[in-house]
Design a protein around this ligand. Sequence first.
Ligand code: V47
Ligand code: SF4
Length: 371
Amino acid sequence: MSYVSELVLRDPAVARARDALARGESLTQEDSVRLFDAPLLELGRLAGAFARDRHGDRVYFTVNRQLNPTNVCVLSCKFCDYAKRPDDPTAYTMGEREIKAHVDPEIHEIHIVGGLHNKWRFENYLDVIRWVKEVKPDLKVKAFTAVEIDFFCRLTKHDATWVLERLREVGLDALPGGGAEVFSERVRRELFHQKIGARRWLEIHEIAHRMGIPSNCTLLYGHIETRAERVQHLILLRELEARAPGFYAFIPLAFQPGTTGLVRRQASAIEDLRTIAVSRLVFDNVPHVKSYWVMLGQDTAAAAIHFGASDLDGTIGVEKIAHAALARSPVGMAEEAMVHTIREAGKIPVQRDALYGVVKEYQVEDCTLVQ
Ligand code: V47
Ligand code: SF4
């Protein structure tokens, strides 16, 4: 017996998805694309039930910091407002003191990503992890996307296994999910033709998983991609997880138009909720779908808890990538606000570290802290 199989649904496409999932079958490309047009609340009920079958009423978050050591980048992806050329007056590169100051003693995860610096060597990137670990040796480090790992391979002329081993030696625990964008050659050619494509991104995460390094994965949506391309992306990730398990969470990243001129406005909140729900149902073997409040905004991120999301990411501190693209969400959220948001959705907040180790499960009385 499961929440999914018990659901009474009217819409034929959502009911079909329920029946397939209840039989333990994954959704096909065609059925998944059709779900985007299903009645919103029926779709949400099915995705919510699916998440509940996996996690009960628990919704996870972490007290973390994002560390972006440099915005200097040798690439120029068309959707990116964050990266700067080395001579740009707003280009920055952090030093040891600034990096160490970022490591708040309260945090349980640090998420490190940044640009592909024209002058840095692999050693500079290793130093970033070393310095973080010097301040807090037990801190869980989620660092460097597959795009950065591929860049390190080219810098060092070594393969990804060698690069990942060196990073693990200095304290890497997991890879973040960035840099995947959309696994569509059409979109890649148009928006980020200098960057690695689907094959290399998937290869690096597969190598990491086989080495016992877990990771996350993302989709950048709400620009020029089609819904069919979103679904294709989810299916490729689902196939990788089946071949070489190791993903913790899938994070749909809502494109922030910023100053790029790629689209006139951001995907609507309804489209965000549909994308979260379809992701939960299609990518049936990933433990969590994250509702990333920085890009969704706090209200949509909270609503997504009823559309299959089981993780709210973290408190973050200062976020730079989405805010360079003019995201209107606050730059950080307090632990109390996270707890409050999850409880308001009728769920149990669980604070985790980067490896989903439980730091604290909040009881009802813990929430009296919160107004
Ligand atoms: O790789 C860049 C994307 C990613 C924009 O692994 C943009 O837990 C929206 O990957 N609008 C970085 N997105 C963020 C990321 C992430 C975030 C939170 C948690 C995790 C995780 C990973 O942001 C980049 C790129 O795909 N990005 N510009 C933009 N204007
Ligand atoms: Fe550089 Fe990443 Fe921005 Fe592309 S998305 S320009 S690789 S920082």
